[in-house]
Design a protein around this ligand. Sequence first.
Ligand code: PMP
Length: 371
Amino acid sequence: MSRLANQHGAINLGQGFPEGLEPPALIAAAKRALSETGQQYPSMMGTPALRQAVSDHDRRFYGLAIDPDNEVMVTSGGTEALADCLFGLIEPGDEVVLIEPLYDAYLPIVRRAGGVARLVRLEPPDWKLPRQALEAAFSAKTKLMILNNPMNPTGKMFPADDLAFIASLLARFDAYCVCDEVYEHLIYDGRPHIPLATLPGMRERCLRIGSAGKTFSLTGWKVGYLTACPALLQPVAKAHQYITFTTPPNLQQAVAEGLASDDIYYRSLAGGLQARRDKLAAGLADIGFTVLPCSGSYFLTADFRPLGFVGDDTDFCKHITVEAGVTAVPVSIFYEAGDIRHYARFCFAKKDEALDEALSRLKRHFAQHRR
Ligand code: PMP
């Protein structure tokens, strides 16, 4: 879709990267640190400053007590942390419980690691967790589940009672959870993010992933961090050793400074994105889409059937790219199979001008084509 967007000069609300939110202080810190931190391999587990900053952050926001020396690992992005967890923990034949719609990296890595995926579907418009199906997906062979919360592409934040239910299954089946929480600070309407690791008994079962790409709108830096108890972190660190081994030291230094930002930074990140969410949601609704609620992440999901379009979600996304000059991605790509083919995912983490122009292009197009 991004290639098609480029070919047609479309405004790309498909790919999930933010625009106009990069903190200048972090960029200045990375430049300064380039001459101060040296140019050689930093410590494999991450620089002491960043490991300490991750520990301080987790205590400050969630009351988690994380030992910076034995329970934190810095990675080259959330995706590397994910790969490390899956390659480090899965033995061939182990079962892995995954919730669809899912971030596209999960399935290929699980399968490449020899895992057998057990898929559980959330369905629009409410994306409710089907508890019976989730329970049925667990068995004596379950090694772990992956929980993306807040969730891409649905924008869902799992409520506390769902988290408690998931925790009860993990305990009953003696399984781990890879908690992909890269969107932990992109949360709206004053709802608090609850890491699964904070629930009773879950600290020893959870591997929690964060990403500076999301928290500081610096996706190109690929700095991520993982926190887990030592028994879980050790095998995962073995995978990290042979996948990337380290992450650029100046970027780690800047992210360490960023994590210590005051509350105003975190509040304005969420507040600014919430305003963009509201602008895009109102505009899409005005054009005629049915827009689903979104409590976290960068994404809005919209049902395009009310516009009278004939075709599936891939046809629709190609159509608006070529004919209206706006790109979105089809939600069906986040499922392995099935018949959910009438939703498009729009990224709202773009500059106001881009959102305004995208909305006016769509409005013009559907005003002409709707009967
Ligand atoms: N998990 C999810 C759910 C994501 O959406 C993304 C980025 N799109 C990542 C992980 C990857 O994060 P990073 O860029 O830090 O590798």
